[in-house]
Ligand binder design. Sequence first.
Ligand SMILES: Cc1ncc(COP(=O)(O)O)c(C=O)c1O
Length: 484
Amino acid sequence: MVTPFEKRILEERQRMSESSDSLRRRVEELAPGAKSKEVLLKTLQYESSGHLDFALFPCPPVIDHGEGATLYDVDGKEYIDLHAGFTVNVLGYAQEEINQAIKDQLDKVIQFAELPMEPRAELARLLVEHTAGDFEKKVMWAVTGGEAVEIAMKLARWYTGKPLIITHWGDYHGRTAGAMGLTSKAFMMAYSYPVPPMDSGIVKIPFPYCYRCPFGKEYPSCDLFCADQFEKMFESKETWLNNPKARVVNVAAMLIEPFQSSAGYILAPLPYLKRMKEIAEKYDFVFISDEVQNGMGRTGKLWAIEHAGVAADLITAAKSLANGLPLSVVIGRKEILDSWGPGAHSSTFTAYPAACAGGVKLFEVFDRDHILESAAEKGAYFLDGLLDLQKRHRSVGHVNGLGLYLSIELVKDRRTKEPAAEASAWAARRLLEEGVICIYSGYFYNRLCFAPPLVIEKEAIDRALRILDRVLGEMEERFQTQFS
Ligand SMILES: Cc1ncc(COP(=O)(O)O)c(C=O)c1O
């Protein structure tokens, strides 16, 4: 007998899985050319449908090569890249100096058993010396962002001897078994059935998504009401966080994205982040900034948390460290990183030598070409363009931007803020057809996010804004009965 609960789960599974036939139909209808179609059909024939590609795009582009911030697919179609592979390709494509450094290392030795090598030690030095914070620092290497997050969790619990990790609803920290407990995405929960993420030491609090404040307040007149509510959780014995009478705080760490990336490039107010750090200091737990997506210069500073004028105890970084090769790291307080012993964590491809060699060169280019300053300046220019679009398009309810980390939120009505999800999906698809690759996301599937390689030219930003202007106009026309 199937219970009503099981029936609902089965329906949900049915809704989430999509047959190869249906994916093939998408390819037949939408592939931009014969070569793209051939590769996509081969992919569908031989690869699991569980990959991300067809979740991100109705018909994913088949990239052949790139140059700077421009991509070309296998049919020769040109795209302005406002995605950068979720910020991986920070200095763009075919960056000769970085590619040469990687090739040179490959010719020397590709990999050997996680053992120390010169480029890795040098990149550790560069990361430590470039990271703000008036205290001694070290790094611990890994391969993926999710793994860096898991190291940070393990390390914070090891160092403090405490169980709880606080994070935000809406944060994304990866999909490995440990990191998945921190990540909030309802559809991912369904992939855990019948065993939910097993870490019972994770506590989630609302993220300060001020455009849709979870407490119904307005920023800044709210006076950071959300932060006060959080601190109240430490005042009584009725939460897990603290037992004031016994003077036992159970929290090992707060591990957050300073700005929520996968949830739609949403900026937290900087005073909120500062306040979180103060609370961490007051109750003596580790403050961890997960900068896998918004670190490495994306926001115009090396690390996003620097904007709040505070230094995190630990930072997790990955994606952009080596301009495209897999590499991740935890950077932070020496006393935390030195609190455990040899072999505490291991992963075969840790600190992949070619990736480290690329990372060393990347820092050289960052310093020489003033990449941070230029990202801040181009980001301000892009933001002005988006604010201008907001004046002319009633559908643009909200604009966020810091450096080259930008987004717009599309709504049916600016007063009610009703999400324009269907129209947003249509706009994302039209942008791709028009040769603009961006990130489509949002709590309500209604945010378009822009994260170009930091080397994008202003001329390409102008072109992208013109296309966005046209597509928003078409969208408002097509869905006019939905907009007021
Ligand atoms: C903030 C953040 N943390 C962690 C991760 C996980 O990184 P990876 O996919 O390399 O495991 C991501 C990936 O998007 C991320 O954006």
